[in-house]
Write a protein that binds this ligand. Structure first.
Ligand SMILES: NCc1[nH]cc(CCC(=O)O)c1CC(=O)O
Ligand SMILES: [Mg+2]
Length: 325
């Protein structure tokens, strides 16, 4: 054959492939989610998330130091509240001495450079396991936003660099931004879960925090996975209301949405490779059906290729270890 173009030339060996790679993962791409519990020396392996732990603050600090030493710049923190602190107001969420607030201070104190992001939603504190306040079996919007504002202010006060509202109530980004302005928190960022879908892939996370909804599902606030255009509407509105970073969640089943958002906004886009996506790889690898390391890197690269500037993933540490060979 006489060909004008032989595309295989650019795939001939690892050096050439590295030279022409369009997307390369790096440690600063990752946000490491951390599950935090009360107590000391607690390291509870989440049954549906093998190799991932819920830790007390002491062990969390050790973990954060390791992540920082590896070049990971950001953590996203979640807490597990004991049942006796759960109610239908969520008031423990803005307790200045609550677990979240203590954890933020401890992390910023131990590793000041680490960018600390906090989950903002009522589910870990809700006796109903919902992200908002329940009235007549409905998750009310405006009353919930008031609670989320108090929660966000208490995280800012504790020293969080970013709050990350994951609840999908309408208007909460604007309300939080206004409150930050009014209270002088002009350096606290907002990473909005803007296109968060009602997904079965959050199952293992709800095991990790004991936060499964006590009745019904989250479809009246989280998005319908049949929808694409709606993700743009949600995301553009969050940006107008003041979001610094927007997020798509989950990631791998929503690569089209990540790309769509990346093409339509001018703020950084993050994607959350969620607990169920972690569990699928872990389970298949355990069965010997997938090569775990290859599956991790291919998955995360595909999320970056789709357009994610940042990836929240339980594989953050593994990925850096694998990349550094
Ligand atoms: N607002 C709660 C919250 N924040 C992050 C996740 C899921 C993360 C994961 O599955 O890894 C959830 C669960 C949910 O919405 O039910
Ligand atoms: Mg919205």
């Amino acid at each position: 054959m006489i060909l004008q173009r032989r595309n295989r030339i650019l795939r001939a060996n690892p050096a050439i492939r590295a030279m022409v790679a369009e997307n390369v993962l790096q440690p600063a791409d990752f946000i490491a989610p951390l599950f935090i519990d009360e107590g000391e020396n607690v390291a509870f392996e989440i049954p549906s998330m093998q190799g991932y732990f819920r830790r007390s603050i002491d062990g969390t600090i050790t973990e954060v130091k390791e992540l920082w030493a590896m070049g990971i710049k950001s953590v996203l923190i979640f807490i597990k509240a004991p049942d006796e602190l759960k109610d239908n107001t969520g008031k423990e969420a803005w307790n200045p001495d609550g677990l979240m607030q203590r954890a933020v201070k401890a992390i910023k104190n131990a590793v000041p450079g680490m960018v600390v992001m906090t989950d903002v939603a009522l589910d870990p504190y809700s006796s109903y396991g919902h992200d908002g306040i329940v009235e007549n079996a409905e998750i009310i919007n405006d009353g919930t936003v008031e609670a989320l504002v108090k929660m966000s202010l208490s995280h800012a006060e504790a020293g969080a660099d970013f709050v990350a509202p994951s609840d999908m109530m309408d208007g909460r980004i604007g309300a939080i931004r206004n409150a930050f302005e009014q209270h002088g928190y002009t350096r606290t960022g907002i990473m909005a879960y803007s296109a968060k879908y009602a997904s079965c892939f959050y199952g293992p996370f709800r095991d990790a925090l004991d936060s499964a909804p006590g009745f019904g599902d989250k479809k009246t606030y989280q998005m319908d996975y049949a929808n694409r255009i709606e993700a743009i509407k949600e995301t553009q509105l969050d940006i107008e209301e003041g979001a610094d970073i927007v997020m798509v969640k989950p990631a791998m089943a929503y690569l089209d949405i990540i790309r769509e958002i990346k093409n339509s906004v001018t703020v950084p886009v993050s994607a959350y490779h969620v607990s169920g996506e972690y569990a699928m790889i872990k389970a298949a690898a355990k069965m010997g059906w997938l090569n775990e390391e290859k599956a991790i890197i291919e998955s995360l690269t595909s999320i970056k290729r789709a357009g994610a500037d940042l990836i929240a993933t339980y594989f953050a540490k593994d990925a850096v270890r694998i990349l550094q060979g």
